[in-house]
Design a protein around this ligand. Structure first.
Ligand code: HEM
Ligand code: SF4
Ligand code: SF4
Length: 511
């Protein structure tokens, strides 16, 4: 299956989940944010467990049992919540990874996000594994011994680690304190790694929408109440523990090693990590698109491109001209390594307005591959070629439903690299230049390839974000259609509504 087919299958899955949840609450569209939420739940419930945990090898099991027996509604619940949130965290993290991979979001300007994501997998599994040991029941003992056997498969230690876990009185408080230290320290490293992971993303979505967050919490609490986590028999250092009830998500490594061998699992883990780290460096077929370029003579230092760039590629510097600098003027600058070539900054720049009388429209920040002046020319030419007052202009996104599919004698269809690259003044310009109505289309909400293009466009058209579509523009002549690639029928439906609306101006326009 080639990459495009995989992406299309992924999008179909998104649409199937959109049906019951809506695009705003589809969990697949918020996996990163759900991961952060689950991390917070794990940390909050873990903090309480830490307070009651006796951190000695002999007392740990008893302290957790007491917790479940004496405070089933708070302590017992938090204990179960801690475990189920950890299971959910690992599932959500792996789905997030799979999704980014299937959508091809791992190279170029996303390389940093990808590479800083990979170590998080190791941190998540390592801290979960050690968490089982803190209970020091037979499952914890089994896991500690199996992990030691696995580590012993590497020629790293002079004395095999397994010696720590077999024989009477094998485990001492010092070793147990080390478990506690690792179980607390590794999540801190994960948190630090997460901060790195989000460095190249402006306005990262770190919390899912409230309804989704509450739904996730309710589901975990229900699971904890219906199926509370219980300890198994206490660890017995004199006996090799038998496997009782198992957590197949967090402890998957042990049955895998049992079914194959510790060396085979090492090979699998190292190969998988190696492939994940190598992926962003593999050659890809897509041609590189030139990055955004600032024209100092058209930049007034307003910072809108800086605010709207989804990948923090724009920085504002003191103006190089001493006189302007003295007046406090700044100048935008693009970091080519961070730029996604999405054009969202062009849509944000006040100099991108087509009403300027320049023969060749030049703006403050522009995309060399699709300059804003060329968009104005295309619009003028296409409108001039269409007859009559019922002309409709469609602005669309190259990643979303194909606007070219709308070609008709009354339609001027213009595709952009991202709909966020459309300055809203172009909508007014099209209407003033003879269009009867304008349709603006882009990917479904929360599905923008460049994260924020659809959202900014919606806000700019609604007049809640700069640059705004002026309030004087008759909204009955403007419609939006948020449709992914392959959903051209949605565009056709929106167009049909617009055509009907040209005869009956009060018709509903948004879909
Ligand atoms: C510990 C688990 C993880 C959490 C909590 C997490 C969280 C997040 C969040 C909140 C975002 C920003 C989403 C947005 O606002 O658009 C993000 C982006 C991203 N993550 Fe993760 N992440 C995790 C692990 C990973 C892993 C393991 C990978 C892959 C190896 C990965 C790859 C990416 C990529 C490539 C992006 C950028 C997406 C884009 O540019 O549109 N993440 N992550
Ligand atoms: S093209 Fe996109 S990523 Fe590059 S500077 Fe403009 S908004 Fe930022
Ligand atoms: S939006 Fe345009 S004018 Fe404003 S800082 Fe960016 S390039 Fe300069």
């Amino acid at each position: 299956m080639d990459a495009n087919r995989l992406r299309a299958a992924c999008r179909q899955l998104d649409h199937a989940v959109d049906r019951p949840f809506g695009t705003a609450l589809n969990p697949l569209r918020h996996l990163g944010a759900l991961g952060v939420l689950l991390f917070c739940l794990i940390a909050a419930s873990g903090l309480y467990l830490y307070v009651v945990l006796d951190t000695s090898a002999a007392g740990a099991y008893r302290s957790i049992e007491r917790l479940a027996r004496e405070q089933p509604h708070v302590g017992g619940l938090l204990r179960s919540l801690h475990r189920y949130a950890a299971d959910a965290f690992v599932i959500v993290m792996l789905l997030h990874l799979l999704r980014e991979w299937l959508f091809g979001r791992y190279s170029g300007f996303r390389r940093f996000s990808w590479l800083t994501g990979v170590p998080l997998i190791g941190f998540a599994f390592a801290s979960a594994l050690v968490g089982f040991w803190l209970n020091w029941d037979q499952l914890g003992q089994f896991s500690a011994l199996a992990t030691a056997e696995w580590l012993d498969a590497l020629p790293l230690f002079a004395t095999p680690l397994t010696h720590n876990f077999v024989g009477t009185g094998a485990i001492d408080d010092r070793l147990f304190s080390l478990f506690v230290f690792v179980h607390l320290g590794v999540p801190l490293m994960l948190l630090f790694g997460l901060w790195f992971h989000l460095q190249r993303i402006s306005r990262p979505e770190v919390m899912p929408p409230r309804a989704l967050a509450l739904g996730t919490l309710a589901m975990l609490v229900a699971l904890a109440l219906v199926h509370p986590v219980t300890s198994q028999a206490p660890a017995d250092p004199a006996r090799v523990p038998q496997l009782l009830a198992y957590d197949w998500i967090l402890l998957a490594i042990h049955p895998l090693a049992d079914a194959t061998s510790p060396a085979a699992v090492w090979a699998l883990v190292l190969l998988s990590l190696g492939l994940l780290f190598a992926l962003p460096f593999l050659p890809r077929r897509a041609a590189a698109v030139p990055v955004a370029r600032v024209d100092p003579s058209n930049c007034n230092g307003c910072r809108r491109c800086f605010d709207d760039c989804p990948y923090a590629a724009v920085t504002m510097l003191p103006h190089p001209d001493a006189q302007k600098r003295r007046l406090g003027r700044e100048l935008a600058q693009v970091d080519a390594d961070l730029c996604a070539s999405c054009g969202i900054c062009v849509g944000a720049c006040p100099s991108s307005t087509p009403f300027r009388s320049l023969a060749e429209l030049v703006t403050g920040i522009d995309m060399p591959s699709e300059p804003i002046g060329a968009l104005r020319r295309r619009l003028q030419q296409q409108l001039a070629a269409l007859p009559g007052p019922r002309r409709i202009v469609v602005f669309g996104c190259a990643r979303g439903a194909r606007v070219e599919a709308l070609a008709a004698p009354d339609v001027a269809a213009l595709g952009l690299m991202c709909i966020g690259a459309l300055p809203p003044s172009f909508v007014e310009y099209a209407l003033r230049d003879g269009a009867g109505a304008v349709l603006v289309s882009g990917c479904r909400a929360n599905g923008c390839e460049f994260r924020l293009g659809q959202r900014w466009t919606e806000q700019r058209l609604a007049g809640t974000r700069e640059p705004r579509l002026r309030a004087a523009v008759p909204r009955t002549q403007v419609a939006t259609a948020w449709a992914d690639a392959g959903e051209e029928d949605r565009l056709h439906a929106a167009l049909a509504r617009l055509r009907a609306g040209l005869d009956a101006p009060e018709a509903v326009r948004h879909g």
